[in-house]
Design a protein around this ligand. Structure first.
Ligand SMILES: CC(=O)[C@@H](O)[C@H](O)COP(=O)(O)O
Ligand SMILES: NCC(=O)COP(=O)(O)O
Length: 237
């Protein structure tokens, strides 16, 4: 079974656009769990332009499913994660000025750094995942860092799928095969949607979790969050 973790960054983006507390991110997190989501994901960025560090603390007592905090492990982020102790931390090499995540880790080049930071999280009982491009060398490198899981960066798959090219799944299948052989858990995320999720799930053996935000929130504008979450759950069976 593949768990659905709803990324609520976009709810914070909408809230911040008015400066008040509408929509309320904690209430939204409670609702998505009531609607069946098996996890809540947030991705605080250093400039806190959408989800804020304070939101991460406010969410802690209300997330009774899997709490996944994503981000670049700068000192402030590491301290916050160690204090909150979510179910999982997903390390993402965000550039400061990027609109959204646009690359996975170079797990070979940053191996020593990743080993240290992953050890610290795991010593504190927090499951670790690292965001990687669908590249076999990066999967091998990830294994050497000691991480529990990888998160496959699915932007390229989503792009190719939209163009009608189903071959775009191939590098992901190869990486999943290697990750399974190496006993690395597999998560995936970025630009997954109601359109492309079923084909991804059907072709990726051992897919443990997907985190979905941008498309899910956009789809909810038309279909409602409860319907949309149930539609994802059906496709992830
Ligand atoms: C790690 C990742 O893939 C991102 O998609 C993400 O967590 C979304 O972040 P934004 O909401 O900032 O685009
Ligand atoms: N880790 C990916 C994530 O949380 C959501 O990405 P997106 O669906 O907003 O592209």
């Amino acid at each position: 079974m593949t768990k659905l973790s709803v990324n609520i960054n976009k709810i914070a983006t909408l809230r911040n656009s008015r400066g008040g507390d509408v929509p309320n991110v904690v209430e939204f997190a409670k609702d998505v769990q009531r609607f069946g989501a098996e996890g809540v994901t947030i991705h605080p960025r250093p400039d806190e332009r959408h989800i804020r560090y304070q939101d991460a603390y406010d969410l802690k007592p209300e997330v009774y499913t899997e709490y996944n905090i994503e981000g670049n492990p700068i000192a402030k982020f590491v301290d916050m994660v160690l204090e909150i102790k979510p179910t999982q931390v997903t390390l993402v090499p965000d550039a400061e000025d990027a609109i959204t995540s646009n690359a996975g880790w170079d797990t070979v080049r940053h191996k020593d750094f990743l080993i240290d930071v992953i050890k610290e999280f795991k010593n504190n009982g927090i499951r670790t995942s690292i965001f990687v491009d669908p590249d076999l060398h990066q999967i091998e490198g990830a294994k050497e860092t000691g991480t529990d899981r990888i998160e496959l960066y699915t932007e390229a798959y989503a792009h190719q799928y939209k163009l009608g090219n189903k071959e775009g799944i191939k590098p992901y299948m190869a990486c999943a095969g290697l990750a399974n052989a190496l006993q690395l858990g597999i998560n995936a995320g970025h630009d997954l949607s109601l359109d492309n999720i079923k084909y991804f799930k059907e072709n990726i053996t051992g897919l443990l979790e997907v985190s979905i935000g941008h498309a899910l929130i956009a789809e909810s504008l038309y279909l409602g969050a409860e319907n949309v979450i149930k539609m994802y759950l059906e496709k992830l069976k």
